[in-house]
Design a protein around this ligand. Structure first.
Ligand code: SAM
Length: 194
């Protein structure tokens, strides 16, 4: 999500496609408000769409492309236009990220968590709402760009991303300037729901 002009997708293409390992043959779908130049060397495995994630046609479009396939990873590098008003910028970014959660139930691989009444179960074991297990989880992964600080804390809360994943960690890439508030939340082990 937010794939233009395409650097992340170049990186992803190297991770999911390898001519030396024929079984390494993933699929990458990118969306952005702006047009993204195609990666011609892998045009059958990397597909870009000029599409607003906020638009109601986005989920049906992705469902049609994936035909019941589930994603191992959903990446969001989306960033709203900056207004300079911190509270507005923060809430605009949070809205974009929370919009991604609408895609999860039908598109993201989920761990085998069943809900019965108010209790969650993993493989039939009652854990009284506490979800344990491998933090790498069987469930899919969501990675999203955030502004460190309040935006990060809000998104980690139980009623937002915190309630949907087994583990969430903040990652600050070395390439990102120290003074920049940019960071990435790495959310592992999607539990289902949104
Ligand atoms: C930091 S740039 C992405 C850079 C890109 N990931 C790359 O590696 O080349 C942020 C992108 O988010 C996109 N974006 C912002 N709001 C969006 C929305 N509502 N729907 C889709 N894309 C959006 C912008 O158009 C912009 O291209």
């Amino acid at each position: 999500m937010g794939c233009a002009p395409g650097s992340w997708s170049q990186y992803v293409s190297r991770k999911i496609i390898s001519s030396h390992h024929p079984t390494k043959s993933g699929l990458c779908i990118g969306l952005d408000l702006q047009w993204t130049p195609p990666i011609l060397s892998h045009s059958n495995r990397i597909h870009f769409f000029q599409q607003n994630i906020m638009d109601s046609s986005t989920l049906p479009l992705l469902e049609q492309i994936l035909q019941n396939l589930k994603c191992h990873i959903i990446l969001s590098d989306m960033a709203p236009p900056i207004t300079g008003i911190s509270i507005t910028d923060q809430s605009n970014l949070e809205n974009l990220i929370m919009k991604c959660t609408d895609l999860f139930p039908s598109l993201l691989l989920s761990s085998k968590v069943k809900k019965e009444g108010k209790e969650k179960e993993i493989d039939g074991k009652d854990i009284n709402g506490k979800v344990k297990g491998n933090s790498d989880g069987e469930g899919g992964i969501f990675v999203c760009k955030v502004w460190r600080g309040e935006c990060e804390v809000n998104l980690k809360s139980k009623d937002k991303l915190g309630g949907l994943f087994q583990s969430i960690q903040l990652y600050k890439p070395k390439a990102s300037r120290n003074e920049s508030k940019e960071g990435y939340l790495i959310c592992k082990g999607y539990l289902g729901g949104n």
